[in-house]
Design a protein around this ligand. Sequence first.
Ligand code: AVJ
Ligand code: FE
Length: 480
Amino acid sequence: MLNTDRPEPTPGTAAHPGTATPPAAPGPAAPGPAASGPPAPGTPAPGTAALRELIAGELIAARERTARLTDCVEDHDLTAQHSPLMSPLVWDLAHIGNQEELWLLRNVAGRDPMHPEIDPLYDAFEHPRSERPTLPLLPPAEARAYAHEVRGRVLDLLEASPLEGTRLLTDGFAFGLIAQHEQQHDETMLITHQLRRGPVALTSPPPPAPVGADRLPPEVLVPAGPFTMGTDTEPWALDNERPAHQVELPAFRLDTTPVSNAAYQRFIADGGYDEPRWWTPEGWKHRLQAGLVAPLFWTEEGGQWLRRRFGVVEPVPPQEPVLHVSWYEADAYARWAGRRLPTEAEWEKAARFDPVSGRSRRFPWGDASPGPEHANLGQRHLQPAPVGSYPDGGSAHGARQLIGDVWEWTASDFLPYPGFRAWPYREYSEVFFGPEYKVLRGGSFAVAPVACRGTFRNWDYPIRRQIFSGFRTACSVEGD
Ligand code: AVJ
Ligand code: FE
């Protein structure tokens, strides 16, 4: 798996078969029967049979989502390039199969390549996205057949494999890696759908209404002190989430919810896009060069802001978290508001630290895998939920919607934790470390539970905004 140009994780699907939303007319957006994510650390390890079943469930859930994203349009929409920022959908489809073949059939099972001649086409480091439409890619039917053939062999391998003995096999890591990889590309494909022009292909029911949102305090206080950042125990955590390490932070305040469209419109109306003092020098340069005046997909008509969402133009909903903003815009907004973006460590402490036990949890609400009551994940809805939604997903300090809804830009560059070791390949994380990428946390509505947790790190260029990105703001506590 080597993808590079952009971020996007997507979680599997937590085990809530009864709650998956039935497909709506043009093409279902929501996942079907769900699987449950890796075993929680500290719980008794499931027997091999139970782990196999869990893995199979995650692989199947990912493939159902891939099918939902690729069966809803005609072949010409699969082979076309809808934006130079994105691959043709048919590239993602075959790349998913190719990475599954590489990691599970070749590296784990020691098999020979099935079609060595196609490998370079689907190596994300060989060809940038903008070039991929010119490659002799497998046509849609062949791409589907290839991914299907690989999957059949992988399910046979899963039945026969011990889930221990090598590091790739332990806890089914390599299988978990592949389920996460497919879900990450499903989020990428959903971004391609959002960029695509033409008839509507995907629909979904709206997210649930917020509960008690008008009584929420605007910000929460996270007192000074140490906490454990990252993980050594989460079985399917990726290399950049490791190792666990202690971080000492001064007290800070964090917005209870992501910044809403209504709040962001006040920034626009106040001339925020015309005031260089709110922007970093590079941000201002980019704002001028790119002609930024509002989030991506917004247009103003008769004094009202409209947005295009998966082919539908609609008024911007004031209570929804702002979406499709770059790091530069998020950073400028925060400065206009007299605040700043949280650092990555602040975000993770607010999301995971439990002051009662002194432990860091897997998720804001505890260690249980995400269910539909906790967070807007898994493409059940094709938009973020209004701010203040998901009271059951709140953190120990009372912040909401840290997981799901919108990826949250942080102030931090994408850097390794102390003691980082690339695993299982340098091209997942290591080659991206450095100041040119900013970290995003928490996952979006397009992220599957299997690829989402309190430690998960995403990264992208600060100019990017076709991704499902929003943010919340923070401030230091005076006198601390
Ligand atoms: C972690 C989302 C930045 O899409 O570039 C997919 C994920 N890595 N295939 C990306 C990934 C290899 C990656 N991000
Ligand atoms: Fe990839």
